[in-house]
Design a protein around this ligand. Structure first.
Ligand SMILES: [Zn+2]
Length: 135
């Protein structure tokens, strides 16, 4: 089972939990997850730059990192979202932008690193749920 990523509303610590209602690892406050929808991000396995975690930003808010060939789920409320990712100090990214609505509650994203001549770029693409690795 993949973990759920949440930012504690009390202390702002980004962490992974298994289910809604878990206690914050830092301030012990209850972490109640938004249940409208989920942004699922899979970082495609790659031999390039594997040791470096990719930084995740949802609407400019830092949401931790994602290791190579791993998946994270970020529960969210309905709304408009832009997902931006960084790789090390590299901030070049093709962002993903979408709406979470009652008709579109789960958005699956795949991220990979595109190697360039001068610098690399993170590419985020929307994917179908059945093309994602098993959660
Ligand atoms: Zn907290």
């Amino acid at each position: 089972m993949s973990l759920l990523r949440i930012k504690c509303p009390s202390c702002g610590t980004v962490q992974d939990i298994e289910a809604s209602g878990a206690a914050c690892k830092k301030c012990s406050g209850a972490l109640i997850l938004p249940e409208d929808g989920v942004i699922q991000i899979y970082r495609m396995g790659s031999p390039l730059g594997v040791a470096v975690g990719m930084g995740i930003y949802v609407n400019e808010n830092p949401m931790g990192h994602l290791a190579n060939a791993s998946t994270i789920k970020i529960p969210v409320a309905y709304g408009h979202y832009k997902v931006h990712m960084t790789h090390g100090t590299n901030r070049k990214c093709q962002d993903a932008e979408f709406d979470i609505t009652p008709e579109n509650r789960v958005v699956c994203l795949k991220a990979h690193l595109k190697m360039g001549f001068i610098s690399n770029k993170v590419i985020i693409e929307q994917a179908t749920p059945d093309s994602m690795p098993p959660a």
